[in-house]
Design a protein around this ligand. Sequence first.
Ligand code: ADP
Ligand code: ZN
Ligand code: ZN
Length: 816
Amino acid sequence: MQYFIDVILPLAVKKTFTYEVSEAEFKYIINGMRIAVPFGKSKVYTSLVVNKHTVSPLLYKPKEIDCILDNEAIVNSNQLKHWNWISDYYMCSLGEVFRSALPSGYMLESETIISEKKNLKLDTSEFKDDEYLIYEALKSQSSITVKDIIKILGKKTVFPVINGLLAKGILVLQEEIKEVYKPKLVRYVKMQDEFFNKERFQDLLSIISKAKKQHQMVLSFFQLYASENKVVTVKQLLEFTNSTSSVLKALIDKGVFEEYYLNEDRVIFEKDNDVSFILSSVQEKALNEIKSIKDKFDVTLLHGVTASGKTEVYIKLIEDFLLIGKQVLFLLPEIALTTQLVQRLTSYFGNQISVYHSKYTNNERIEVWNNVLDQSEKAKIVIGVRNALFLPFSNLGLIIIDEEHEQTFKQQDPAPRYHARDAAIVLAKQHNAKVLLGSATPSLESYYNVAIGKYGLVELKERYGNVLLPEIKLVDIKDKYFRKKMQGHFSDELLESMNEALKLGEQIILFQNRRGFSPFVECITCGHVPHCPNCDVSLTYYKFKNQLRCHYCSYSMANPTHCHQCQSTELSTKGFGTEQIEMELKALFPDKSIGRMDQDTTRGKYGYEKIIDAFKNQEYDVLIGTQMLAKGLHFDNVTLVGILNADNLLNQPHFRAYERAFQMMTQVAGRAGRKQKKGTVIIQTYNPYHNTIQQVVTNDYKAMYREQIYDRQNFKYPPFFRLIKLTLKHRDFEKLKEGSLWLYNVLVQQLQIPVLGPEEPVISRIRNEYIRNIIIKIPCDNHLGKTKKTIEKVIVSFDSIAQYRAIKVVINVDNY
Ligand code: ADP
Ligand code: ZN
Ligand code: ZN
């Protein structure tokens, strides 16, 4: 008898592949194990077993496997079911889902590049022969591929050895070698243990009784030690005693005190012995509502204004699910938000929490994966960004999706182009789990689902602790320019408020949705605007580097001194970005410190966190930033928020432009205000009477919803129609034009629903590839599965036409 297994390969191919195994292997293998298999001429991949059988395939002779990589299943049947749904719904291959689902440390293949972990002290005498050979090879070159290792070891089954070395942290995957963030360390001081003995302490006091300052410092230490929960920072001690570090040094030299350093995060955790809190009565009421309607609805939307304490409500709800032994998944839109949340949850739930996202090392991710698989105590609660959905849950009770309106929940590239909120709702259904969506500015989709009775709704209308919502003022900049009341891009009103806040030692956030100095340079004589040679966009001007840069590819050039078209030297910049605002501010407030947070300043691994930390520690008085600022962060000392130009938020060529503008402005505004003081938000705009701006000012989400939902219905957009966007790309303009027209015509013929295009997008060429879009609008009562099958068939026939084969077609379902 012959034995076979069907596996998924991590590739964009629709089907599974069959391999032959021995009888012993067959008995050992179970579905959900990883198997290294050869594929194509010389490649080796990590695959996943999904089926075992004894039927030889008809069309090809199966190859044999290389080796079995697991001794138990690492993927369960729930996951496979969910992955299948993702692959069907988002029209991609199961292999693509598999590839993005597993931590890359679990996905070795022949092309994987491997390096040696630097600065390790190793005892190589413990190494096995194979391990030593790999180690040696890495002495002469900084990195090698798995393929090289296959050659070096002269055998195919190398994955187990490499996996072993990766797990021990001796080897690392090339992709991991990035910048490492050293969290801020805080300097602490403690008394040597012996002096906690009363007699020794008395001795000490009499010895230093002459050195008055030292004597006083020792006594102060004890006072602080009691009041500060046994942890005393050097800073506290010096301030409290009004003394200098030389006094402290003398005591350290005498062996009375000792210094130590702690990471700030850990401190917060260790200090918080009492982390219990009581819900306010409104929060309590919301929690009870959530609990009582969860029997009626699988999904509940918590619509709570900014700083209403949604997190506290989540915490109490999580507690309930832990009590009945369930796993909880907490999804956030941004990695940078996890730090704050992890701190808050860790101090409450201790180490029942695991964090999962791509900035963690492979070994850390694998550890979380295994903890979830084993339903370990350490992973009762998993906090992560969208890919945490793929973890091997088997007992999920609750999924919380915070800031559910954020578009970053939708994966754009590569496939699977899934929406984590929607995929989470499907996952929850499979587990019979509940979903709680939270937002101060819900997506139209979710609010619509409330309106039609699909989701439950719970509201939190006030901020916690009587903190007032900020007052929002509009400034008409057309009028201000006319009256010459503008300095650069700042109105007199904004400047006045800024001066006031700064005088009181309060902090300010300024929002401008464009980075760089100006979005383009223009010749005053002939109107020529320098464009990127690879993309169809104007180049952004960066003053500090005196450069023009493309935001879509890495192209940059020195800022031209004259027009390339007419040689004129009169060039001017148009529009403004964060860099320009920063420079204006530095001129306006020379003695204030100013921070900037945008894609250009947050590039390093922890670039974002560093700026947030610095702002929190009040190292900056003013922080300027792009939409990164709009996320749910809390800064206690911010009382003023300025939006420099609301109009470029509104004037986006997208059906969601007004919805997003409302969300963005409301969220940024939500950063203003603190305990005893009402915050102020100043919005500068040319259109103070624009409906969306008025809705922001009156904080009228429902008015925004009604207006937008009416338009969506009228113009056939979600949630009334589902959009599938086909993006076609090719370097040859004519060929692309012809091909996209062909595809469009056939789709129109086959579908009998609205098909738009093929349109040239606003940016119609990126990295030398021309782009065309075709948008298919599927009415909600239409049979979705059938329509998708038809679309797939049409694309298959498109691909089979020789002259179009080279045109890439990207399918994006529920394109955002
Ligand atoms: P949201 O997520 O709704 O914007 P948060 O949950 O972050 O709001 O709460 C805002 C602030 O109020 C936080 O600093 C939080 O610690 C505090 N807070 C909210 N509810 C409580 C409570 N019941 N007890 C103590 N502090 C609370
Ligand atoms: Zn010119
Ligand atoms: Zn470019």
